[in-house]
Design a protein around this ligand. Structure first.
Ligand code: GDP
Length: 299
């Protein structure tokens, strides 16, 4: 989702010399394959968007994979970027790097000030390592490697697998299928009380392009809207967007996860970037994209 959004942004800006590889073409966990790729292609600017990602359930079940795959991807790309003389690299982390009970909104300086949310601790540890790799390669070798921490994302090419996905795509699919099948209710996980912030992938791509052009500091930068909603509010909004008229059934056997993770985006706003897509509008766009690509998204 993020990689394709960045490619769309670069193409819209007129770039034609974009080097991309799908995961089936290049396994980023393979150190030798990544080293060969950088040696052959000699990219100048690197957007490190690739990651093993998923929702609350996937993070909690595939704990080893979330840690190992992400550590390998980051280590291989960051080290090869240093070795091959990349001019600038942007590493993408996640808002789950912050302590579970950190004050809200989350300021960049709260990193490593407390315990992490247990359901996604392996993923968070890997993403914190990515930040630290960028900082260390900058301080030891003088590399211009920067990091951005996006909030929860959604948009074209999202993962709609109900076990592995995040809440927003899961709810689009669930309400859509319930509408088609005339179901009287839809299962939603947890209590509905947790709050989440959502950023459209095209806005993130725009922020990545902005930071690649204008930001050269070792401090990482939060990327979000600075506004959040409860999962209950999100569910009502998705229900309305899809046009489903049944009820919600809250399954409290499923975890809530972290109570809140609202980004403080003042650093990014001060730099001069702000998101453009409001949640309601972004949901509408995303539902249209889902309808157009349902056969690809849902197996
Ligand atoms: P998180 O932001 O890392 O916690 O990941 P998610 O996007 O998977 O979950 C966010 C919140 O939405 C959690 O409180 C979930 O319990 C809740 N949620 C409600 N329904 C669903 C669903 O169908 N799928 C997912 N993934 N989360 C859901």
């Amino acid at each position: 989702m993020v990689g394709s959004a960045i490619v769309r942004k670069l193409q819209a800006e007129g770039y034609s010399n974009i080097i991309i590889r799908t995961s089936s073409e290049l396994d980023l966990r393979n150190q030798a394959a990544v080293a060969d790729f950088f040696a052959d292609e000699q990219p100048e600017y690197v957007f490190l968007a690739a990651a093993k990602v998923g929702g609350i359930l996937a993070n909690n079940i595939y704990r080893a994979e979330f840690l190992y795959d992400n550590l390998m991807i980051e280590s291989n790309i960051i080290h090869s970027s240093y070795k091959s003389g990349v001019k600038k690299l942007l590493f993408l982390g996640s808002s789950c790097i912050y302590p579970k009970l950190a004050p809200q909104p989350l300021k960049e300086e709260y990193l490593l000030s407390g315990y992490l949310e247990p359901t996604n601790e392996p993923y968070a540890i890997a993403k914190i390592t990515g930040i630290k790799l960028c900082e260390a390669y900058r301080s030891q070798y003088g590399c211009n490697f920067i990091s951005a921490m996006p909030t929860n994302l959604y948009g074209p090419n999202d993962n709609y697998d109900l076990q592995g996905s995040h809440v927003l795509p899961a709810l689009i699919r669930k309400f859509h299928e319930a509408k088609l099948n005339g179901q009287s209710s839809v299962e939603v996980w947890g209590t509905g009380a947790p709050r989440r912030e959502f950023l459209h992938a095209d806005d993130l791509a725009d922020a990545c392009f902005f930071l690649m052009q204008h930001y050269n500091d070792d401090l990482f930068v939060n990327v979000g809207t600075g506004e959040d909603v409860t999962i209950r509010e999100l569910a009502e909004l998705v229900k309305e967007t899809v046009g489903y008229e049944g009820d919600l059934y809250w399954n409290t056997e499923k975890p809530d996860g972290t109570p809140r993770k609202l980004m403080d985006v003042s650093r990014l706003h001060t730099l001069g970037w702000k998101h453009k897509t409001a949640l309601r509008q972004g949901l509408e766009m995303t539902y249209q994209d889902f309808l157009a690509n349902e056969v690809l998204y849902v197996e």
